[in-house]
Design a protein around this ligand. Structure first.
Ligand code: FES
Ligand code: FE2
Length: 421
């Protein structure tokens, strides 16, 4: 009988606490093993590829590495420009502990500002007492009532007349480097490095550009507080293998897992094609009609109507495209075993002119919630598996090729032997 031990699941610190991690020395060793196994996985051929060690989904040390080396260094998508279409619009979002505010100022500029008050550092919009999005002229710090306009300028300071040499015009909220690319608003907490346009240039030219998503409108969003590691969701998103199981009644009937295929590995992104069922494809090509409930994006050609697509711009720009809608995910870790997920749907604005739009929208949202719930269930249950002593790394199907691509991306972020935390 095999012994149920896992080098990544360090011995528990206390017998009464099954989730406790090992002391620092042992954890460091466990962390290095995780990194080495990810590098080794990335070097396998696709035909020999394997799932990651469980530690990659539960280890606080590994999460810490991801925060420092990925989320604080890479371009992270926070929203779509249609969410802040008018001056005063804002979206409140936290990126790995950084409290951020995406705004459109009076000058019509979109900015990503810090929500840290320049007085004594309070989060200007603490969780629970502020809306995640809205429109307002100023942001008022609830602590001592300093106020800022939506470009970050300090505009109101009560009782500061005796503070010597204090010039409020010199004080403003910290602004992070941001960029709008294909209509999506990205932030980079580390200001160094190439632009989003450079990073995802080939993704746009070869694939995503044909949707012209800068003209899309975000019409639905739902937030999920998830009880699993962010990569569990990312991997689930990027493979269509699970259509035959988890989505057997929702997506599998028209996007069968079997026909899906993946573009060759690219160091900046991964792309999977999800062709429609054969008879549906034939009908579309014969009629030229997309057969969609909403209006297809006008820039698409008839052959584009025959499949759906999933895109991952590394590390976490997630897009699921159909001819008539795009699902964009904002996926952010909130801990080693939790993440925050915003699922959204964007459409071409001309769809809103359809006479049946309201009922179509309602039924599309219901369908979206249904298949997202299916994903939540399998992702939560997979995280449970990561906690088990019986977990062993499994072999991947060719239908899971993007998972192997993502492993290559992770490995590229690890300078061998110097896994900085
Ligand atoms: S900390 Fe914001 S006004 Fe004092
Ligand atoms: Fe799914």
């Amino acid at each position: 009988m095999e012994t149920l031990t896992d080098p990544h699941m360090a011995p528990a610190g206390s017998p009464t606490d099954p989730f406790a991690f090992a002391p620092a020395g042992a954890s460091r060793n466990a962390f290095e093993i995780i990194c080495q196994e990810i590098i080794a996985s990335s070097e396998l051929t696709r035909e020999k590829s394997m799932s990651l060690p469980s530690g990659a989904y539960v280890s606080p040390e590994f999460m810490n590495w991801e925060v420092n080396e990925i989320f604080r260094k890479e371009w992270i998508s926070l929203g779509h420009q249609s969410q802040v279409s008018k001056p005063g619009d804002f979206v409140r979002v936290d990126v790995c502990g950084e409290p951020l505010l995406v705004t459109r100022g009076k000058d019509n500029e979109v900015r990503v500002l810090s929500r840290v008050c320049r007085h004594r550092g309070m989060d200007l919009m603490p969780k629970g007492s502020s809306s995640d999005h809205g429109n307002q002229r100023v942001v008022l710090c609830p602590y001592h009532l300093w106020s800022y306009d939506l470009s970050g300028k300090l505009v109101g300071v009560p009782e500061m007349q005796e503070a010597a040499d204090f010039d409020r015009s010199e004080v403003c909220l910290h602004e992070y480097r941001s960029e709008i690319w294909e209509g999506f608003i990205f932030v980079k907490l580390d200001p160094e490095g190439p632009s989003v346009a450079e990073r995802f240039g080939r993704l746009k030219e070869q694939f995503i550009g044909k949707w012209d998503l800068s003209g899309a409108e975000l019409v639905w969003q739902q937030h999920w507080d998830c009880n699993f590691n962010w990569k569990i969701l990312l991997e689930n998103f990027m493979e269509a293998y699970h259509h035959m199981g988890a989505h057997r009644e929702t997506l599998e009937p028209f996007l069968p897992a079997k026909g899906c295929w993946t573009e060759p590995y690219d160091e900046d992104f991964s792309v999977m094609h999800l062709p429609l069922r054969d008879d549906m494809k034939k009908e579309i090509l014969a009629s030229g009609d997309a057969g969609t409930t909403m209006t297809p994006f006008p820039s698409l050609k008839v052959e584009d109507y025959t499949e759906w697509w999933v895109y991952l711009g590394f590390p976490n720009f997630l897009i699921f495209n159909a001819p008539d809608r795009t699902y964009w995910y904002r996926l952010l870790p909130t801990g080693p075993e939790t993440c925050s997920l915003l699922t959204t749907m964007l459409i071409h604005p001309s769809s809103k002119e359809l006479s049946e739009y309201d009922s179509i929208f309602k039924s599309e949202v219901e369908a979206a919630i249904k298949f997202h719930l299916e994903d939540m269930e399998v992702c939560g249950a997979t995280q449970q598996g990561m906690r088990s002593l019986a977990y062993k790394r499994g072999r991947l199907s060719h239908l899971e090729e993007p998972i192997w691509h993502f492993q290559k991306y992770l490995a590229s972020k690890m300078a061998v032997g110097t896994y900085k935390t």
